[in-house]
Design a protein around this ligand. Structure first.
Ligand SMILES: Cc1cc2nc3c(=O)[nH]c(=O)nc-3n(C[C@H](O)[C@H](O)[C@H](O)COP(=O)(O)O)c2cc1C
Length: 222
């Protein structure tokens, strides 16, 4: 039997967005919106859907955690040999998406992905809780098939005894950060009557300076 949602609808009335009052840099708006999401207790507002597409032209999407907003983009951490890592090696173009129901907001980021410096990945890896560090070694190669849960638990326990609490877990070479250098960011604010506000920033490639690129904005039809 099918399941029907065609009678379900909400009116979005929590905010508005105007081209004339947005900041010059999309990163300012991204940080301001992120701050508001934290203030209203959106759970893990930095969790984002990440869409990649390898040489097979089949898109795939999954959640990852944004760990930093940099001057040019956003950073997340993962296994470089995972399915997404393979997609990225074949095609650096990607999109990331945040959706916060509580604020009726969506942020859509597109750009190209590159690995961050190994040193920076190692610094972050060494800051993670011991069990998460061990977990990264267990999940190698991430996205590969495993026979059952026991196999994972045995590996986890073995690594826990090789690297007890308070000993240093080596940073895996197959694990680290990626930065999405942002080309475009769209900020979407839900409005009543499906008259949503959509403001998109595009990087002006001809006119960058040491403080970062300059940006053009436009409003899109909802
Ligand atoms: C809330 C949440 C946060 C996650 N954060 C990460 C993350 O930061 N890095 C990561 O590699 N996977 C993360 N995952 C797991 C991914 O969604 C995904 O299962 C995994 O990375 C394998 O994806 P792939 O097979 O497409 O490479 C998270 C999942 C959820 C639901």
């Amino acid at each position: 039997m099918s399941m029907d949602f065609t009678d379900q609808r909400l009116s979005y009335e929590k905010g508005s967005l105007d081209q004339s009052s947005v900041p010059e840099s999309p990163f300012e708006l991204l940080k301001a919106w992120m701050q508001e999401a934290i203030e209203v207790n959106v759970q893990e507002p930095y969790a984002m859907s990440l869409a990649t597409c390898g040489a097979d032209n089949k898109p795939s999407v999954r959640i990852v955690l944004m760990r930093e907003i940099t001057q040019n983009g956003i950073v997340f951490y993962t296994n470089y040999e995972s399915a997404k890592g393979q997609d990225i090696a074949e095609n650096p173009n990607a999109e990331a998406l945040f959706f916060w129901h509580k604020l009726e907001r969506q942020i859509r980021i597109s750009g190209s992905i590159a690995k961050i410096e190994a040193q920076k990945s190692a610094e972050y890896f060494q800051k993670r809780p011991h069990d998460s560090q061990v977990g990264a070694w267990v999940s190698q190669p991430q996205s590969g098939e495993v026979a059952n849960r026991e196999v994972m638990e045995q590996t986890f326990n073995q690594l826990q005894s090789d690297y007890p609490e308070n000993t240093q877990v080596p940073t895996p070479e197959f694990w680290g950060g990626y930065e999405i250098t942002v080309d475009e960011i769209e900020f979407w604010q839900g409005r009543a009557n499906r008259m949503h506000d959509r403001i998109v920033y595009s990087r002006n490639n001809n006119d960058s300076d040491e403080n970062g690129a300059s940006w053009n904005t436009k409003r899109l039809l909802p």
